[in-house]
Ligand binder design. Structure first.
Ligand code: 9GP
Length: 828
């Protein structure tokens, strides 16, 4: 029979013409085929967008081929798999990244050329997949790229939001939010798996039943929704391995509301069904808090329930004994958002698989690991018990049971220290009784990771001190990283070619340690010339973008000084704007001789404010108001320009980062868990002006403090400065620039009053305290910029020292120390 099967398979493979071919003629045929039969346009006349669609489908075919091979290989080898659970992924565009990782970018560029198209122009047609807010979401995307490249057997799981992160539109300097219906033009990068779907239950009641002599809990739901899988292939670089990011979409279930159909309420029954799809429709646009919203909780449970059912189904396909479960499964919780997975695994193992509580609990403690991305107590999620009890009654019981056992164990260790017991309890008593999701995640995970060394210290000494004292072995950190494939190879092709030329190899794209070789050439005049040329081209590209977007012409001889990230008080974009006002004020008061010594600057700020975050929105408006004043002042000319880049997203970042000379990372010490923007700028040879916070502390260790511009209060100084409050002495220049805003130099003085009030008086984020040293750091940057040889050397050393901040490093660390997984490389 097997010989027969083999002959059949060989015949089919022959009919398919073997593997897809990647020579120029085959690719051209393929693209034209998709123009004609997928896009349904004339192959003799199609535009750039249609060319993009056809090209994307052609690439997708190749991704699917590799995905199949990878899954077949994984299934044969049956390694321990990692399941990465995250509610957010900021993937950006897929085309360029995919063809580079597949190693066929040049072939496609040539094929398109033969058809009369340009690869770059066609690639620009793609919209961003923005299924996330900020750092955490982009980190997940970088980590998926590294997991695929390093051949780890992994599945990513998430939600397929129909509306991604809102589009930021600026009207008269004010942020407006518009929906990002990113699926409008179809999405060639996903594969709808109609046959992979799971039932997800909500509401209802829990009954006790005697089954086979055992007391069982039976959950009778009040609402049923179907989760349908959409698979997004993630190709590795330099490997055939292509892993899958499986995103779930909500669809009405056939089991729901049959009664209403039968009783004749057809119209309402259909409308109700449609409402259920909303579960996966909207991404919550706030990266700091998601407290107590029913829809958010539904999203969390919907995604974890479908994922956990899928994971157990896959395990059971090839295993009959659950004792092997922890040897085959590692579950990573990306922040607390997927923590309900813990209760869901318990429910499925106890209520459905009937393993018994103790056996199930033992497994849970072996499979879960948790990474937190926040430093603030307010950022920790809490779910009101009332809400959970109505939405997921069985899960509430399970969490209560977990907590009861934990409290009993704790009492044995620490006695009746009620304060401590109540701080560590998963249940928070109080006006609104709530579930502390972080406590749940810590209690049930074998490892709790921070995202930088200092973050981990803060977790151990502040946020989770009690837990650290109880379980010191659980606490670790993995320094975040970003993928060099996206952040150098895709976004900065000039720099990428230059690095390969000087290293004599492209191997650094997989082995980032090789970048250190650049250190040997850091003073070579030939490298300097080529390095500066690459930067110049990138600055020209960025200048063209700025002009197209805002009409503002900027000089590429000026220093391009960039701060792009989500707008937050702690990230202190306001400090940057105050610095710009100060610079403007100084230039205005200079005589012509002094003006000749001014280093011209183009200050670029970009980022989105959460829709409900008023102060952040005022910061954006202030940026526009100041820009208007400065840019219209003919007396200032090219000495200073200020640009706000609207709708900052991954593809805009790919343009901005390579074009930056200087980048600013200004968080008040102790507030940025890690920060990954700095790593992208660093890789691109951009000098950093930064506080000693989050990952910057580790960047200093790699490239040296004299290779960057550091300023500001250190972590240990912050409490004393805060203590001083309004009596803290601030520099005169600080009071002067704030007064300029208050007195209406930039208009809207009433509107900006509350913003000024946040920094005069209490000034929680210490802008006044840090202003003096901030200006000194800025002056130091000016001084070095004039010495282009020194600047270029520092720039080369920045790139050369960025290897530690590749997500490849982070992932290897996680794989070895947290997940216990091994590479599983599909043969070429
Ligand atoms: O704010 C942190 C940022 O510091 C970190 O680099 C990133 C990735 O770990 O996560 C951010 N947190 C969030 O995006 C939401 O808490």
């Amino acid at each position: 029979e097997s010989a027969e099967k083999r002959t059949k398979a060989e015949r089919m493979f022959g009919l398919l013409d073997g593997f897809l071919k990647n020579d120029s003629i085959s690719l051209q045929k393929d693209i034209l085929h998709h123009v004609a039969y997928t896009v349904a346009r004339s192959p003799f006349s199609f535009d750039d967008f249609e060319a993009y669609q056809a090209l994307a489908h052609s690439v997708r075919d190749r991704l699917i081929e590799r995905c199949h091979d990878t899954q077949i290989y994984f299934n044969n080898k049956d390694p321990k798999r990692l399941y990465f659970l995250s509610l957010e992924y900021l993937m950006g565009r897929s085309l360029s990244n995919s063809v580079i990782n597949l190693g066929i970018r040049d072939q496609y560029a040539d094929a398109l050329n033969q058809l009369g198209f340009e690869f770059e122009v066609v690639a620009e047609q793609e919209g961003d997949a923005a299924l996330g807010n900020g750092g955490l979401a982009r980190l997940s995307a970088c980590q998926m790229d590294s997991l695929a490249t390093l051949d780890y057997p992994v599945w990513g799981y998430g939600l397929r939001y129909q509306y991604g992160l809102f589009r930021q539109v600026i009207v008269d300097g004010f942020q407006h939010e518009q929906p990002d219906y990113w699926l409008n033009f179809g999405n060639p990068w996903e594969i709808e798996r109609v046959h992979v779907s799971y039932t997800v239950k909500f509401y209802g009641t829990v009954k006790e039943e005697l089954r086979n002599g055992e007391n069982c809990k039976v959950w009778e739901p009040g609402e049923i929704v179907e989760a349908v899988a959409y698979d997004n292939p993630i190709p590795g670089y330099g490997t055939r391995n292509t892993i899958t990011l499986r995103l779930w979409a909500a669809k009405p279930s056939d089991q729901q509301d049959m009664e209403s159909y039968n009783t004749g309420d057809y119209i309402n029954a259909v409308l109700n069904r449609h409402g259920l799809e909303n579960i996966s429709s909207i991404l919550y646009p706030d990266d700091r808090s998601y407290q107590g919203k029913e829809l958010r909780l539904k999203q969390q449970y919907f995604f974890v329930s479908a994922s956990v059912q899928d994971i157990i189904r896959r395990f059971k396909d090839t295993h009959s004994n659950f004792d092997e479960f922890p040897e085959k499964v590692a579950l990573q919780l990306n922040d607390t958002h997927p923590s309900l997975a813990i209760a869901e695994v318990m429910r499925l193992l106890v209520d459905v698989e009937h393993l018994g509580w103790d056996r199930a609990w033992d497994m849970v403690c072996k499979i879960f690991s948790f990474t937190t991305h926040t430093v603030s107590r307010e950022g920790l999620e809490k779910i009101p018990v009332d809400l959970l009890s109505s939405l997921l009654p069985r899960h509430l019981q399970i969490i209560y049971d977990i907590n009861f056992n934990f409290m009993e164990e704790l009492k044995k260790r620490i006695g009746l220290d009620y304060d401590r017991l109540s701080r560590m309890s998963i249940i928070e008593e109080g006006a609104v009784k709530s579930i502390r999701m972080a406590n749940l995640a810590i209690v049930c995970s074998h490892t709790v990771n921070g995202v930088s060394r200092v973050h981990s210290e803060l977790l151990k000494t502040r946020l989770f001190k009690d837990f650290y004292e109880h379980w010191p072995h659980k606490f670790h950190y993995k320094t975040n990283g970003v993928t060099q494939r996206r952040w150098i190879v895709v976004s900065n092709p000039g720099l990428s070619s230059l690095i390969s030329k000087w290293l004599g190899t492209e191997a650094w794209i997989r082995n980032i340690d090789l970048l250190t070789v650049l250190q040997e050439h850091a003073s070579d005049p030939d490298l300097h010339r080529e390095w500066k040329m690459v930067k110049k081209v990138n600055k020209m590209r960025l200048a063209e973008y700025i002009e197209a977007m805002s009409g503002l012409k900027v000089s590429i001889d000026a220093m391009f000084d960039v701060q792009t990230k989500r707008i937050h008080e702690y990230k202190r974009q306001l400090l940057n704007i105050l610095g710009i006002i100060h610079r403007y004020d100084c230039i205005k008061n200079m005589d012509s001789k002094d003006r000749k010594r001014v280093v011209p600057r183009v200050c670029i700020i970009g980022g989105k404010a959460a829709p409900g975050y008023e102060i952040a929105k005022k910061i954006i408006k202030l940026c526009y108001a100041v820009a208007e004043k400065i840019n219209d002042d003919s007396d200032i000319g090219d000495l200073l320009k200020l640009v706000f880049i609207p709708d900052y997203n991954v593809s805009v970042a790919e343009l901005v980062i390579p074009g930056a000379d200087l980048s600013q990372h200004l968080s008040t010490a102790g507030h940025e868990a890690s920060g990954t923007g700095s790593m992208k700028f660093l890789m691109n040879g951009c000098l950093l002006l930064a506080t000693e916070d989050g990952s910057t502390i580790e960047i200093i260790e790699e490239i040296g403090a004299d290779n960057m511009f550091l300023f500001g209060a250190k972590l240990h100084e912050v409490p004393a400065l805060r203590e001083e409050g309004p009596s803290l002495k601030v520099p005169l220049q600080f009071s002067r620039v704030v007064r300029m805003i208050r007195e209406g130099h930039f208009g809207y003085e009433d509107y900006f009053k509350s913003l000024c009030d946040t920094i005069e008086g209490r000034d929680h984020y210490l802008l006044g305290a840090d202003f003096g040293s901030y200006l000194e750091a800025q002056a130091a940057a000016d001084k070095v910029f004039v010495d282009q040889e020194k600047w270029t050397r520092m720039s080369i050393l920045s790139t050369a020292g960025s290897g530690r901040f590749s997500s490849d490093k982070t992932i290897e660390d996680y794989a070895e120390k947290t997940w216990g997984i091994q590479p599983c490389r599909c043969p070429l």
